[in-house]
Design a protein around this ligand. Structure first.
Ligand code: C5P
Length: 224
């Protein structure tokens, strides 16, 4: 059976300072969200994509991809984890992979690596190694430690897990008031092993204005 992809796209992207949510900004002739959806929909293993949209989203319907029969919409929540949970409530199939709408530079090679690892390890996420020397500071900004970077990673998306355990882990985590910024953190606190898969560092999340031109450059490189 096919895989379900969940795309949380209900954020407002306040750090972007644009006049529409960042997933609707134009990048190489398409919105960021369209790039992310196109990559997922073009992968042979993915048969359904559930998009979580803000309650009064006024942009999605205008996109050609909105007519794709493989796309299902749900209403997003006040935080990313609630948006994902709303999608999980309608997800069919044993496995889901969750991918941020704001990561338009994902490529099939990484998706293949992630799917293979998740199926053999019961859950996996894409990540990239940190490159800089890492410091911990106190509240005044004074350095209290240099953190060993050999075992530090940036957590990226997609993140792939069995559907029912992920739903339970998110529900439990949210009920306890935990801060959940990705699926893996919910699975970790529920006691599941999660495998880190090294992905490409160009799979960035468009967050600040300067990220948009960087993402454009990465897409050019991938297609060139
Ligand atoms: O804000 P941040 O960059 O962490 O958002 C990551 C992804 O989660 C984005 O694609 C955003 O649209 C989505 N999101 C959501 N619901 C929220 C907040 C963010 O679907 N309430």
């Amino acid at each position: 059976t096919g895989l379900t992809a969940i795309v949380p796209a209900a954020g407002i992207g306040s750090r972007m300072g644009a006049d529409c949510p960042k997933q609707y900004l134009q990048l190489a002739g398409q919105t960021i969200l369209e790039h992310s959806l196109a990559l997922l929909l073009s992968h042979p293993a993915i048969t359904q994509v559930i998009v979580a949209l803000a309650p009064h989203d006024g942009w999605f319907d205008a996109l050609p991809v909105a007519a794709d029969p493989r796309i299902l919409r749900v209403e997003g929540g006040s935080e990313r984890a609630y948006s994902v949970l709303n999608a999980l409530h309608v997800a069919s199939g044993d496995w889901v992979l969750v991918h941020d709408a704001a990561r338009p530079c994902l490529c099939h090679g990484d998706l293949d690596k992630l799917i293979a690892a998740a199926l053999t390890c019961d859950g996996a996420i894409l990540g990239s190694r940190v490159r800089d020397t890492m410091k911990r500071t106190d509240e005044q900004g004074n350095i209290v430690a240099t953190v060993e970077r050999e075992q530090l990673w940036h957590a990226l998306t997609p993140q792939m897990f069995p559907t029912a355990p992920l739903r339970r882990a998110l529900e439990e985590g949210l009920a306890l008031g935990a801060t959940i910024t990705d699926e893996a953190s919910a699975m970790e606190r529920a006691g599941y092993p999660v495998r880190m898969v090294e992905g490409r560092a160009d799979n960035i999340k468009v967050t600040r204005p300067e990220d948009l031109s960087l993402a454009g450059l990465f897409l050019d490189q991938q297609n060139g």
